[in-house]
Design a protein around this ligand. Sequence first.
Ligand SMILES: [Zn+2]
Length: 243
Amino acid sequence: MIGSFLNVCIYRLPREESVVTPGSHCPECQRPIRFYDNIPLASYLILRGKCRYCHASISLQYPLVEGITALSSLCLYIKFGLSWSYLFYFAFISALIAITIIDLYHQIIPDVISLPGIGVGLVASFFLPRITFLNSLIGFLLGGGTLFLVATGYHWLFKREGMGGGDVKLLAMIGAFLGWKAVILTILSSSLIGSVSGILLMLMKGKDFKYAIPFGPFLALGAVFSLFYGEEMIQWYLDLYHY
Ligand SMILES: [Zn+2]
């Protein structure tokens, strides 16, 4: 159900529409979707991916987002049980899922997700056993600060925008939720995955180095990796120096 709501946010937030009213309707024929046609995952299968009335195709994005959200919830439950950690990290991952899809479609990261996300992340540190408020605050400053410097430096060197302000606020949010160590891990892992994907894309599509790809999805992926495996990764790295 949260995944289904995320789909609504993904469609409406970049269009600056309300996520509450009007109720769900087919974007093609505008007819309202009945509650029995609005069951996450199941309805897509029953309707075989088509609107009941006009038979327009329903984007694969809908069941994909619903499935990924459900899977995230399950993984968090296995790792944290029913706890504050589960609740806050589920809110965090849900925000990352919405941001990823919106960034892929529109090359923007809406402030209405990332800015409140920073606030929630700072408050969450009082409830999360993994992180102190100070760590969350340093994570927020380091995350926002690092990318702000990268964005400003790139603009100064090349006289055009290389990294959007949305990425700056996104990494600030990730830092607020996960702390400063995870910010470093997120920058490293997302840069690595981003560079490899960027180079592959350039080779396949014959684009030059000015070809823009959204960085938000890679930051989100790096953050999820840090959330689940960050402590093990950092411990493994530190252990390398013991031998
Ligand atoms: Zn329709």
